[in-house]
Design a protein around this ligand. Structure first.
Ligand code: GUN
Ligand code: ZN
Length: 434
């Protein structure tokens, strides 16, 4: 089965903050040829017209950006129904909203219903891959894997491991948590598991988690680190002789390739060096960090120490499912830290950069031949204001900047997974065979 997608193609070959203009590939009238769900060719229409016309299915999106699907490197599906809950700070928010909400996921029917909504919302937002926290209940993990699988989406997810310092109704046991994780790994070779953060896992559980991470090839690991100053003080109480919060994870063997840590705000340069040396990635969660008053992630310092960074919504500490809104807030956080990002840098973080952070860049994140064809269609003139503002742009950079700064889900016109469209396009939509 072959699929052709024609439109204004933009994607990244490398990090534009390092690579200059050749990092971006831009075909204003471009074509993607997709065979068996993977990119077979990407180039100008002028040179691919014949192959495009021979495709079994063709989608033509004039005046639309066609981009790789967004990659959300950290989010919590079980927090969908508590997004936008006011709180002075992280630990209060966990206690008053998050833990009571996550308790509802003991009921598999509830988990399935929320998972269906969550995956549908990701697709509506143009997010084609996400690294997802479930809850402590294995059934919740099962529900999110199943909902993603039903739409052929590539996701990373894991059962939360939590055997102390949390309400009893949300605790597993050190061994039971790992056994349930192992069963999920065996069933869903998407392969994930997830200690919540240092305070809520016992030393035994952290050690067993590390054993599983090192034992199973290609296993992903996700957690939180250095988000909030009270949280850091708590970890200091629990591990007084450890040099830093991050060092505790390192001492348990929980840093390494395919490990992604959300927040990474209160780091010093030794922490940044440790992240880089262990090839551990950071998930930058700007809407969450601003909403919970956690602090400002230092992207410039992360870059200068060679950290791999992806962008993340962190729903429901984060206040939006939209990666465009998340990019806006990332831009503003960087401004406050003295770094002015280009639109290309922001789009890179949301696509290939995210794929790299999750260790999935050989499979997704760009239109390189052989990668899975997860593709989104963005209408930069989706609103009257955007349309008006777009008239006074001259360059691709300006157009991407306006798209990012004024954008939200109204701009996401279509999401293709493995080449196939996921949404029913309304009559005013642009797709037409041509
Ligand atoms: N730290 C531990 N758990 C959580 C969570 O659910 N959300 C955020 N933002 N931080 C955490
Ligand atoms: Zn989180």
């Amino acid at each position: 089965m072959s699929v052709g997608i024609r439109g204004h193609l933009v994607h990244f070959l490398s990090d534009p903050s390092l690579g200059g203009s050749e990092a971006v590939q831009n075909f204003s009238d471009g074509v993607l040829i997709i065979e068996a769900g993977c990119v077979a060719a990407c180039g100008p229409y002028a040179s691919l017209a014949e192959r495009y016309r021979a495709c079994d299915e063709r989608y033509y999106y004039p005046d639309r950006f066609v981009l790789p699907g967004f990659v959300d490197t950290h989010t919590h599906f079980a927090q969908t129904d508590i997004i936008a809950s006011p709180s002075p700070s992280l630990l209060h928010w966990l206690e008053h909203y998050t833990f009571p909400e996550e308790a509802k996921f003991a009921d598999p029917n509830h988990g399935r219903a929320v998972a269906q909504f969550f995956i549908q919302e990701l697709l509506r937002q143009g997010i084609t891959t996400a690294s997802i926290f479930a809850t402590v209940h294995p059934e919740s993990c099962e529900a999110i894997f199943q909902a993603a699988h039903d739409r052929a989406m590539r996701v990373i997810a894991g059962k939360v491991l939590m055997d102390q310092n949390a309400p009893d109704f949300l605790c597993d046991t050190a061994k039971g948590g790992i056994e349930a994780s192992r069963a999920l790994v065996e069933r869903w070779h998407g392969r994930g598991r997830t200690p919540r953060f240092i305070p809520t896992s016992s030393e035994t559980q952290l050690r067993l988690a590390a054993t599983l991470y090192h034992e199973i090839p290609d296993l992903h690991l996700q957690s939180h680190v250095a988000e909030n100053e009270d949280e850091i003080a708590w970890v200091k109480q629990l591990y007084p002789i450890s040099r830093s919060y991050l060092q505790v994870y390192q001492d348990f063997g929980l840093l390494g390739p395919r490990a992604t840590y959300a927040h990474c705000i209160w780091f010093d340069d030794d922490d940044r060096r440790l992240m880089a040396a262990t090839q551990t990635a950071a998930a930058f969660c700007p809407t969450s960090n601003l909403f919970l008053g956690s602090g400002l992630f230092d992207l410039a310092a992360a870059r200068s120490h060679g950290l791999t960074v992806g962008l993340a919504t962190d729903v429901g500490g984060g206040t939006s499912f939209s990666m465009l809104r998340t990019m806006q807030e990332a831009y503003k956080v960087a401004q406050l830290k003295g770094l002015t990002m280009t639109a290309e840098e922001c789009f890179y973080l949301a696509t290939l950069g995210g794929a790299k952070a999750l260790g999935l860049d050989s499979m997704i994140g760009s239109f390189k031949t052989g990668k899975e064809a997860d593709v989104i269609v963005v209408n930069p003139e989706a609103t009257d204001l955007c349309s008006r503002r777009m008239q006074s742009t001259k360059t691709l950079s300006e157009q991407l900047f306006v798209t990012m700064m004024l954008g939200d889900e109204r701009m996401i016109e279509q999401t293709h997974i493995l080449g196939r469209p996921m949404q029913t396009i309304e009559p005013k939509g642009a797709a037409r065979a041509n």
